[in-house]
Design a protein around this ligand. Structure first.
Ligand SMILES: [Zn+2]
Length: 149
């Protein structure tokens, strides 16, 4: 039985220490797309317009459930932003209240670095989750992303 673990770089589920996307030299290290779940990576990959790397939160900020910055790996993310040559962070959390709050938090954390911060456009319905969006909607959301303030 294969042992599924978390990629030590992006935290997605992987059978290896470093997942196939992180290990792919043809993908840009300068773009980092922040998603809530591994399923979101799968959804975005279906649209095949994104050629950067990912970071998986495995959820969203929810203090009431005891899910804070550390649980989402935001300390790891901050370290990545500090040490790696990342030029753009794409906030691709869901268009839900929790997803927006999480995006806002990451924006505040990332803006201390000299990094462009964008948010995917919401051709996604309000309350919509990436996982359930069709390929065209995801492609539109990514290509129409805007600078986040
Ligand atoms: Zn990875």
């Amino acid at each position: 039985m294969e042992c599924v673990q978390h990629c030590s770089s992006c935290r997605t589920l992987s059978e290896k220490d470093i997942c196939n996307i992180c290990a792919n030299d043809n993908r840009a290290d300068t773009q980092l797309c922040i998603v809530e779940t591994p399923s979101d990576i799968h959804a975005i990959e279906q649209s095949s317009i994104y050629k950067g790397k990912y970071f998986v939160l495995s959820g969203y900020l929810s203090p009431i459930d005891g899910i804070g910055a550390v649980e989402l790996g935001l300390d790891v993310l901050k370290d990545k932003l500090h040490k790696q040559d990342i030029k753009e962070v794409i906030l691709a959390t869901n268009a839900t209240i929790e997803g927006e709050v999480t995006a806002h938090y990451i924006n505040n954390m990332a803006k201390q670095f000299d990094i462009r911060i964008t948010r995917i456009a919401h051709g996604l319905p309000i309350g919509g989750e990436l996982e359930y969006a069709d390929i065209n909607t995801i492609a539109h959301a990514l290509s129409g992303r805007k600078d986040y303030y």
